[in-house]
Design a protein. Sequence first.
Length: 351
Amino acid sequence: MIDSLIIAELSKIAKQMVAPGKGILAADESMKTVGKRFASIELENTEDNRRAFREMLLTAPGESQYISGVILHDETIRQTTSSGKTFVEILQAAGILPGIKVDLGLIESGNEKLTTGLEGLDARLKEYVALGAKFCKWRSVVTIGEGMPTEENIRQNAKDLAAYALVCQQNSLVPMVEPEILLDGDHTLEQADAASEKVLTALFEELKSAGVALEGIILKTSMVLPGKDSAAKAAPEQVAEATLRVFKKVLPLELAGEAFLSGGQGDIEATQNLNAINQEKNLSWPLSFSFARALQDAATKAWMGKSENLEVAQNVFLHRAKMNSLASLGQYSAEMEQDFFREGAVTVSQD
């Protein structure tokens, strides 16, 4: 059992993470993933460039209006910015919670995947607490396909997420539990709906069985979406209806909140779907966002690794953060995108 005073503090932090109109920036991509982003702008994948990239995102003026927390990579939580301050100090000064990805990646399990990182987790968490982390993230992935997801894979990932969450809470860290339903494939909206219900049902069974305090965790999961290769696309209203059906059936009322992953959606698509979900009022939980690509991509292209593009890139990033902030309140409209581009905020140097 977790001490009641610790649970109260965890609950306070979790509520701060999903405060009205605020979401969480996922900036915890592996070096390999950052390399793919950099390749799209023809930028070398070096430590200095990765630091400059994260600094562009994390020092945007006024970011705390829309962003409550940032999930950092192990490299980033140890780095110093050009100002001589650590990224943790930068975030703390802005009133933004520093978080850290703590899983160690995926391994094959038949045709499916499991997540590694439980071994030695307690010691790593203690180090991250000393570095200033307030919350953690662990990601598992679920594939929809012929005979998948299997019950065995669903259950093992749920058990691992629960074991991780308990160790986090024992170290006074709020765990984000992330069972991602992958967009890869041609599955239908109905298949995604069924898989999401099974995955989340198993997850909360295991969390409760492990003794995890649900008021001190944040769920980070997928919207219910058809596969990216599916012939039948889903309108935002359909995505919202399917997602909320699963949530209302499965999510416990004591859950502190949910922060959706974007999972390969386009940036505007993710915002539109988030907004549609939050058109329903009187929801039992805050339903916010924790996006990576859907917050970063446009800013990355505006930045191009050039210092002279910093202000423009940060404006682009802040625009996407603001749009998702409004969507988390159900107050977004497509006209807001058009207004931003008419203002000419995306003129960048290519030289």
